[in-house]
Design a protein around this ligand. Structure first.
Ligand code: 26Q
Length: 821
């Protein structure tokens, strides 16, 4: 199924024009002749939305009528980016829309650019949720997404004098045409208060008297599948004060304080916490998590009740997938409602949640696991805390039975951490109450079994699964890289690779064909020119598309080792400077491109950004170097920027210390777009190199199993540091790259502190960079590797990941609605 049957008369060029004009006149209340680009974008988006809403209502009705089992995907983050092009492409209507806009005097691509990114996530985990929504919709799975509608998304990053500044990202400024506010769908959410044991019908019963009540209002976003009528729903909750609460205050005559409480309630969904991948135990975050899951569980129950079946049948109709341990309280909330409200027994209720819930772990380092102070949990959610104790009590009995008199096992596995302070360990809780827990790559899942949760694995080996992440080829190839997508369709003689990415492997057979190679590198060149244009526009810097574009874009973090990259750049710079003119002729010109945000409170990451920018100023202004080397830091990395950069990369770097990156999904996007991979054997690179072929990717560095011994060698001063590495540190120290105080950064690499092994991996990194330069000089060889990167990336479609979730965990089947009623 590749072309969409024309179900609806409303998608021809003339109808599109008509609906556009209708929205200009009636939704925006403006004249046709008096509309700017933003207005045109909004009118266009509204008319696309109308098409989605029809499909979305029909799809929901179809699922309901057929009583199919569905999955609820719970995530605190959805890093969606823009939606207009995605919707039009998924509808299969880009040509029609382009023509209609042209007739009205607009350029469709320019209107795409008007849209603000929906950046409701930090990075990988949030983008994964967005890719999964696309795949679930495309493959017709009955699914709902649930999350929070933050008013402010991931912060906006500006760079001034090389330094990162964070600004609020008010993404709703020009309205959000993709959402439908559902004032008819609203649930009360309670916090704080006390619990009392009471007698009900002669039986003891725990009652919760909460102190705060806030309303959760649904905002629905339709998620269109690609070339299918099916359209899913992403329901994001927004906080609103409850009326009763306001009234009490109002009657007491204190109008202004009641308005104050209004903003207090709204604060729950005001901002996404701007830190990343490391846990921070703030009260507001806990309230956000509970707010999201409580509203969601109430919504799931309301819909389940419509089926008129007994609550013990809940797992037959609903399963819940939790994106990391952040939504784990959903299971406790369901347990609470089943016991306290529905009057079910603990044992029966517990069986229901176990059968329904499963969770994905994205954490590698034990120290990053989510844990909440018991003091806080008892204050905010006293009844839930009781239930967690009860779960732990039953669980520890199981441990005791399996390993009698083993205090160590009890201490390690307990849901409650006792010392030095008391905490609830959310991942332990999640493993106990779920029927399945999965890692996000093979290496990560193996580390979960052996290092992160070894005792749980011994107790319940059958619960541990591995499902490698994936990304959607619609957004990351078809939309972002039209040049290459057209070529692939031409050489595979079918457009259906966008729905069956394994078909890409057929490109391998043709990777030596001269004309394919020529067209392939031309497509890459066009993408590089576009990126060069963007760089010039944003930074005023000219870079040559003839150079090798070498890219590292991701959150800035010590473990991701942007610092290793920039240290190598400095080494490369000083090496070139010491060369004769003759020697310089042999140098491969490079543009080294960085982008990424540092957590606002992560000082070392911020000084890495500072160093990269300072180095770029020195190198880019060195007349002596010219085009041989340029360094670019593009500000405000986000989904829409990734869509420009990734298709233009010749080389992309994924160089985390082995054993620190759970997956790293960007490498998959780069490989799909024909970028050659330079990486360490960590996360997704292990599997990518297997699929693409070891000889076609450039890997280097300490392997995960050697990391502990090398770390201790470094700590004990037994590791001899490479003189070239030390030379770079001294030129930084000397002030060659600005007067900024880089001492803390340098100290993090010296005196046995080099935890992420930059100094250890540096020599191998230099060597592999030399190999890359040599390979780039032989276009046939390079183009072949590039084609093979794409050819080997079929496995990494999120369609494959979702099929695995559906078959192995959710046990759900596609339910395709063929068209309108
Ligand atoms: C939790 C509690 C309190 C405050 C913040 C958090 C929090 C928020 C976000 C903890 C972690 C995150 C984000 C984690 C994340 O993005 N992990 C990445 O997930 C990707 C998808 O699986 C992987 O590819 C990356 O390797 C992993 O780092």
């Amino acid at each position: 199924h590749i072309s969409l049957p024309s179900y609806s008369p409303d998608t021809d060029v003339k109808s599109i024009e008509k609906f556009f004009v209708h929205h200009v006149e009636y939704t925006l209340a403006r004249y046709r002749g008096n509309i700017n680009q933003m207005g045109a974008y909004r009118a266009l988006a509204m008319s696309v939305r109308d098409r989605l809403i029809e499909r979305w209502k029909d799809t929901q009705l179809y699922f309901k009528k057929n009583g199919v089992k569905r999955v609820a995907y719970l995530s605190m983050e959805y890093l969606i980016g823009r939606s207009l092009q995605n919707a039009i492409v998924n509808l299969g209507l880009e040509e029609n829309f382009s023509a209609a806009m042209k007739n009205l005097g607009y350029v469709l691509e320019d209107l795409y650019e008007q849209e603000a990114d929906a950046g409701l996530g930090y990075s990988g985990l949030g983008r994964l949720a967005a890719c999964f929504m696309d795949s679930m919709a495309t493959m017709d799975y009955p699914a709902w997404g649930y999350g929070l509608r933050y008013k402010y998304g991931m912060f906006y990053q500006k760079i001034k004098n090389g330094c990162q500044f964070e600004y609020p990202d008010y993404w709703l400024e020009n309205g959000n045409p993709w959402e439908v506010e559902r004032l008819d769908i609203m649930y009360p959410i309670h916090f704080y208060g006390t619990c009392k044991m009471e007698m009900v019908d002669g039986k003891p019963h725990m009652a919760w008297y909460p102190q705060q009540k806030i309303l959760a209002v649904a905002y629905d976003t339709p998620i269109p599948g690609y070339l299918t009528y099916n359209t899913l729903n992403l329901r994001l909750w927004s906080a609103q004060p409850s009326k009763e609460f306001d009234l009490d205050q109002f009657n007491s005559g204190d109008l202004y304080s009641s308005l104050g409480d209004r903003s207090h309630a709204e604060r729950i969904t005001a901002v996404l916490y701007p830190n990343d991948s490391s846990f921070e135990g703030k009260e507001l975050r806990l309230k956000q998590q509970y707010f999201m899951v409580s509203a969601t569980v109430q919504d799931l129950l309301r819909r389940f009740r419509e089926s008129k079946r007994q609550l013990t049948d809940f797992p037959e109709l609903v399963c819940v997938q939790m994106n990391d341990s952040h939504p784990t309280l959903a299971a406790i909330e369901l347990l609470r409602i089943l016991i306290d409200v529905e009057g079910m027994s603990y044992d029966e209720s517990y069986k229901v949640i176990c059968k329904s819930f499963s969770f994905t772990n994205h954490v590698v380092a034990r120290s990053n696991l989510e844990k909440w102070s018991i003091e806080l949990m008892e204050k905010v959610l006293p009844r839930h805390m009781h239930l967690i104790y009860e779960i732990n009590h039953h669980f520890l009995q199981q441990v005791e039975k399996k390993w009698p008199n083993d205090q160590g096992k009890l201490t390690h596995m307990s849901i409650i951490e006792e010392s030095p302070e008391r905490y609830v360990r959310m991942a332990n809780l999640a493993i106990v109450i779920c029927h399945s827990v999965n890692g996000v790559t093979e290496i990560h899942s193996e580390m979960m079994r052996t290092e992160v949760f070894p005792d749980f694995f011994k107790l319940w080996p059958e619960r541990f699964l591995s499902i490698t992440n994936g990304v959607t080829p619609r957004r990351w190839m078809l939309e972002a890289n039209r040049e290459m997508s057209d070529l692939i369709t031409k050489w595979l003689r079918t457009p259906s690779w966008t729905l069956n990415l394994d078909l890409l492997s057929d490109l391998a057979r043709q990777s030596d064909v001269g004309s394919l190679q020529k067209q392939w590198s031309l497509a890459k060149h066009i993408n590089k020119e576009r990126l060069a244009g963007y760089i010039e526009k944003t930074l005023g810097l000219k870079v040559s598309p003839e150079s090798l574009f070498d890219v590292q874009i991701k959150r800035v973090h010590q473990y991701k080792r942007q610092l290793l990259n920039i240290i190598y750049v400095i080494h490369r710079y000083t090496t070139i400077k010491s060369m004769t003119i003759e020697e310089r002729r042999k140098v491969t010109p490079r543009v080294v491109i960085f982008a990424g945000k540092a957590a606002a409170n992560y000082a070392i990451a911020k000084s890495i950004i500072q160093l990269i920018n300072n180095v770029s100023v020195v190198i880019n202004n060195d007349k002596n170097i010219g085009d041989l080397l340029k360094v670019v830091f593009l500000p405000n990395y986000c989904v829409s920027l990734a869509e420009i950069i990734i298709p233009a990369a010749d080389l992309s770097q994924h160089i985390s210390t082995a054993g620190t990156e759970a997956c790293g999904t960007s490498a998959m996007k780069f490989a799909m777009n024909g970028s050659i991979i330079l990486g360490t054997m960590d996360g997704s690179i292990v599997e990518l190199s297997k699929e693409i072929g070891e000889t076609n990717v450039f890997t280097f560095g300490t392997r995960a199993y050697d990391v502990p011994s090398r770390r201790s060698a470094v700590r004990n001063g037994e590791w001899g540091v490479d003189s070239r590495f030390e030379a770079v540190l001294s030129v930084i120290e000397r002030g060659d790259f600005g007067s900024h105080d880089f001492a803390p950064l340098l100290n993090s690499l010296r005196y046995g502190n080099d935890y992420y092994l930059l100094s250890v991996d540096f020599p191998a990194y230099v060597e592999v960079q030399d190999n890359i330069d040599a390979a780039y000089k032989i276009p046939n060889l390079w183009n072949k590797k590039s084609i093979l990167s794409t050819a080997g990336s079929g496995k990494f479609s999120s369609d494959r990941s979702i099929k695995q979730y559906a078959n192995q965990i959710w046990k759900i089947k596609p339910a395709r609605r063929s068209g309108p009623i």
